[in-house]
Design a protein around this ligand. Structure first.
Ligand SMILES: NC(=O)c1ccc[n+]([C@@H]2O[C@H](COP(=O)([O-])OP(=O)(O)OC[C@H]3O[C@@H](n4cnc5c(N)ncnc54)[C@H](OP(=O)(O)O)[C@@H]3O)[C@@H](O)[C@H]2O)c1
Length: 223
């Protein structure tokens, strides 16, 4: 039987490459997508991925071109980032910064938009949100908007794309010194990789949001 094929958008990033390692270890053919070929080459060596493709998945025509080249796949994961975005409140946020931060919404949209033609029934799309999506904190309005939007997009896509499964992993505190979490742990990309791999592997899970945040969404946020 041929290996399962999993495509990871943002597969050259910190979380994306940790996800890739877990999925490759489970025996999948893993394809990494990112814009910078140098970064992809590094990740290719580290992760056991089978292939890399340089493309801007925030651009709908590029996303379509890449998926058309790949044909039918088993799983699609979106682990992109809009680069450093300053945490700030809605009133204090420069509008162009707000727009740029939501770049991750566009890569997520393109994934669920094109999935029906490219992900097999019973396969999956996994998006990454963040703990602020359901737990606003003063000064984190941009992130609450972005992460809440990604989770709402996934809820809508879950019923519209079935029998393709749609799930979300919601990270919090990854790489951070614990301050507002319930568990004294500096989260790692590996924690996220484990969660994504388990959602992909379980054929009964769709419409789930799996919190991998050391309890950050329930902890006490600084004001
Ligand atoms: N740390 C936390 O606790 C936490 C909590 C919630 C959410 N998050 C979010 O999780 C996301 C992933 O984090 P990370 O640390 O893995 O980020 P990262 O290391 O910056 O990786 C981002 C990846 O996305 C790729 N990418 C960005 N835009 C793209 C596009 N338009 N098309 C294709 N690939 C694109 C990047 O490669 P190229 O730049 O070469 O394209 C890179 O592979 C971030 O948005 C972060 O804010 C983090």
């Amino acid at each position: 039987m041929p290996n399962l094929t999993t495509v990871i958008i943002g597969g050259s990033g910190a979380m994306g490459s940790a996800i890739a390692q877990h999925i490759a270890a489970a025996g999948h053919d893993v394809i990494l997508i990112g814009r910078d070929q140098g970064r992809l080459n590094d990740a290719h060596q580290r992760t056991g991925a089978t292939q890399t493709i340089a493309a801007d998945f925030g651009d709908a025509s590029e996303a379509k071109r890449v998926l058309d080249e790949l044909g039918v796949i088993d799983h699609l994961v979106v682990a992109t980032s809009a680069g450093p975005v300053r945490a700030s409140s809605i009133p204090a946020t420069v509008p162009s910064e707000f727009q740029r931060a939501h770049g991750r919404l566009w890569t997520s949209f393109n994934a669920v938009h094109f999935a029906p033609d490219h992900v097999r029934p019973g396969g999956s799309v996994t998006l990454i949100s963040g703990s602020s999506g359901r737990r606003p904190g003063i000064g984190f309005g941009v992130w609450t908007s972005l992460h809440g939007s990604i989770e709402a997009l996934a809820r809508a896509a879950t019923i519209e794309l079935a029998p393709i499964r749609v799930n979300v992993v919601s990270p919090g505190g990854i790489g951070m010194q614990p301050d507002r979490q319930l568990i004294e742990r500096r989260g790692t990309g590996d924690d996220i990789g484990l969660a994504v791999a388990s959602l992909i592997a379980n054929p009964a899970i769709t419409g789930a949001v799996l919190d991998v945040d050391s309890g950050e969404r329930l902890g006490t946020w600084p004001t």
